[in-house]
Write a protein that binds this ligand. Sequence first.
Ligand SMILES: NC(=O)c1ccc[n+]([C@@H]2O[C@H](COP(=O)([O-])OP(=O)(O)OC[C@H]3O[C@@H](n4cnc5c(N)ncnc54)[C@H](O)[C@@H]3O)[C@@H](O)[C@H]2O)c1
Ligand SMILES: O=C(O)C[C@H](O)C(=O)O
Ligand SMILES: [Mg+2]
Length: 439
Amino acid sequence: MAERNIIRTMLVETPSIPGNLGRLATAIGLVGVDIGEIETVQVGPTSTMRNITIHCESEEQLEEAVQAIHDLDGGIRLHAVSDEVLKAHEGGKIQMKSRMDIRSLADLRRVYTPGVANVCKVLEEEPDKAWVYTSIGNTVAIVTDGTAILGLGDIGPIAGMPVMEGKAALFDRFVGISGVPILLDTKDPDEIVETVKHISQTFGGVLLEDIGSPHCFEVEERLKKELKIPVMHDDQHGTAVVTLAAVISACRSAGVDLKEAEVGQIGLGAAGLAICRMFKAYGVKGVYGADLSDDAKARLAEYGGTPVDSLSELMEQCDIVIATTGCPGLIKPEMVRKGQVILALSNPKPEIRPEEALKAGAAYAADGRSVNNVLGFPGIFRGVLNARAREITHPMLVAAAEAIANSTRPGDLVPHPLDPRVHEAVTQAVERVAREESV
Ligand SMILES: NC(=O)c1ccc[n+]([C@@H]2O[C@H](COP(=O)([O-])OP(=O)(O)OC[C@H]3O[C@@H](n4cnc5c(N)ncnc54)[C@H](O)[C@@H]3O)[C@@H](O)[C@H]2O)c1
Ligand SMILES: O=C(O)C[C@H](O)C(=O)O
Ligand SMILES: [Mg+2]
């Protein structure tokens, strides 16, 4: 099936004559557009108004659908076409809310002055109690400099805010953590590190998001060293955790020993390099990697991977291929080898669509919508915050990957992100390792 990323809602009026809705649906379907929800908004004496959600491959296809409805006779009328996704973003996706009700003067005095002063004094004497008497221990900064927003590139922090708000919404929804987006107007590693250090007391942890390579490596390493709270670059380690989980599942289903498999990676930036490091540490012997940048390939070699110059050579050689380039359509169906596992993880569009890869002979294929770090980062942070761990360690990440793989139904590569059990399983696994490490 083709990628249908353009989602619109059409407000259509149909005269109340049986068969009209069928004619309308047929006209839309004939131009190749998918129909999603249909909501009846008004039933009048002579006609019915409905909101019809459609999923299109391109703007041209959307135009064709609009024209097809205009061409219908019998009084069917298209009143409006709206972008519901854009509309859903009006006002933003998150907000800071009070957990206390303030209705009486007594409430006011408890929440605010003078009552609050006593709490301040308690914390002055014992700052550690901030984890009990403030929201710090349940709040994570989501920090970006806007340099690698999804696969859209260096589009700046403001353009990246919808992604950061999305991550905050996921934190809240899956593990009850308050995520606070922080947009940095600098790409300079020294300035990023200094800024995050100066604001870090506000938070129980720091999630670095969509910070491009190679400066993301230095930024994360320095912050991990200099801060007393857990820091994780999601695009590196969140992605590596989920990728390892998907590959463990694929190998289980196929009866293949992952350690003996040949793994090929296309794109060795933040995500790609961390995946290589994770696989090598897991004991995978053959990790091969291609990238446009020689520096990126040199970094792969430092971690024990083998750089490869040609994409087709890599595709030919490897049992498992993982792409994180941000380059849609980079893998052509004719490059796919029968029986391969293909994870084309770039968002918003993959290097090859799973349907295409499977048709071309892949045994398992997935894209970045399902093999997505949303399966990892919420539970990883919940786990370390529960245990009050000061850092996120490699054994915690491996435990998270195994928890995700163990929560996967036979035949699937990863669990569904809306299944609360996966976030609970990751939380418990990470918390257990964190507590073991602290004794
Ligand atoms: N599914 C997920 O959970 C997930 C997580 C993180 C990143 N990603 C996706 O991975 C992609 C990369 O993200 P990143 O943070 O690693 O970015 P990045 O900029 O750090 O790395 C991208 C790398 O790909 C290389 N590259 C670009 N075009 C290439 C080509 N044609 N052939 C070979 N190499 C090429 C670049 O040189 C760079 O080293 C993005 O599209 C992002 O959405 C997905
Ligand atoms: O944001 C996502 O959906 C995953 C990942 O962090 C990415 O940058 O693509
Ligand atoms: Mg990201």
